[in-house]
Ligand binder design. Structure first.
Ligand code: PEP
Ligand code: MN
Length: 367
């Protein structure tokens, strides 16, 4: 996958050498008092650089609290004046964009539900044209990296230079401890294809409950994510939205203090050993790929043989036997059973695909 997005670092309003970017604030702006009280408390935490507050809330069912709308925007102006924090709101319609810009909001973000719809993203992108605001793009609710990248590209194509991504986890059908499965491999892949794009992890929407926030935040830092967006409310038990996952500014300060910041590089001795180990990994990966390629070549040969003798591709008994045998060898070698299953299934799927192609080729040749 290639992308044309080239971002500037000029718009960075935090110093990554000191601490990752922290954006904090309530899920929703509820009252002027709640907004200002929370903001003043958060402004005491040095690493908090921006204040988030949802003004238009996307609710699954109608009738729930849908945010205070335009009325809350002057409260955020006050936050800016009184605390110096940058302000951030979610925008889901062109009208939200023009109102947020009218009230000098510094950062606009696209929510996970909006990012699933290219039409919605395009409409927001059109409304952003000509503005120098910072835009954050949350991952779409479903685990589709291309949809996320596509939204970033649409915003970038509208002339927005200061873009960040927010990783807030994904809806997943399997039950997990999290409200939204983190699927770290997706933001990691985004980092690989867009290395200049800062990625802020949102532990609040991943965790869904405050007990898990620290674990998720630490994991984000261990994986070199660039920042954290954490929901904080002066009185979480009374919050009108996402009450279970919000924490007080005081608890946020404790949590941030207890996070361990890892160094990106170590001492010369450490670097030397790391380099040696990485060279070994590179060599092993090369061998692994050669063996895989050899295995596929033999699969092709078997495919041609089956085709010429009119035998079905899938031999279920053989596949069950392979699975059982390789799982036993692999687990004895200390490899994780689930990992082995996933890997064997992937190899088997590719073998079937290659054999199907060989069968089809023959059909076409006969035509
Ligand atoms: C939010 O940040 O409060 C929110 C609604 O998030 P998401 O779009 O990630 O669900
Ligand atoms: Mn929320």
């Amino acid at each position: 996958m290639t992308t044309k997005v080239r971002l500037s670092e000029e718009g960075r309003f935090w110093n990554p050498e000191q601490f990752p970017l922290v954006i904090a604030g309530p899920c929703s702006a509820e009252t002027e008092e709640q907004v200002l009280k929370t903001a003043h408390q958060l402004a005491q935490i040095p690493s908090v650089k921006a204040y988030r507050a949802g003004v238009w809330k996307p609710r699954t069912r109608p009738g729930a609290f849908e945010g205070m709308g335009e009325k809350a925007l002057p409260w955020l102006q006050k936050v800016k004046q009184e605390t110096g924090l940058k302000t951030a709101v979610e925008v889901a319609k062109p009208e939200h964009v023009s109102l947020a810009l009218k009230y000098d909001v510094d950062i606009l973000w696209l929510g996970a539900r909006s990012v699933v719809s290219p039409f919605v993203v395009q409409e927001i992108a059109e409304a952003l044209k000509g503005s120098s605001v910072t835009v954050m793009i949350k991952n779409p609710v479903i685990p589709d990296l291309n949809l996320w990248v596509g939204a970033i590209e649409r915003i970038y194509s509208a002339g927005i230079q200061n873009i960040m991504a927010i990783h807030r986890g994904f809806h997943y059908f399997e039950k997990s401890r999290f409200r939204n499965a983190p699927m770290w491999e997706i933001p990691i892949e985004l980092k690989r294809i867009m290395p200049q794009l800062p990625i802020v992890t949102d532990p609040s929407h991943i965790a869904g409950r405050r007990e898990l926030l620290q674990e998720v935040a630490q994991k984000a830092l261990d994986l070199e994510m660039d920042g954290l967006m954490i929901e904080s409310h002066e009185d979480p038990s009374c919050a009108l939205t996402d009450a279970a996952q919000q924490i007080t500014p005081e608890n946020l300060a404790h949590m941030l203090d207890s996070l361990i910041l890892r160094q990106k590089t170590g001492s010369p001795d450490f670097e030397l050993l790391l380099e040696r180990l990485r060279t070994e990994i590179d060599k092993l990966d090369g061998e692994l790929l050669q063996i895989l390629s050899k295995r596929m070549e033999i699969t092709d040969e078997i495919g041609a043989y089956k085709r010429d003798n009119n035998i079905t591709i899938l031999q279920i008994k053989r596949w069950a036997g392979i699975m059982q045998d390789r799982l036993s060898i692999g687990t004895n070698l200390g490899l994780d059973e689930d990992f082995l299953k996933d890997m064997l299934k992937l190899i088997h799927k590719e073998s079937i695909l290659r054999q199907t192609e060989i069968f089809n080729r023959n059909v076409e040749e006969k035509k």
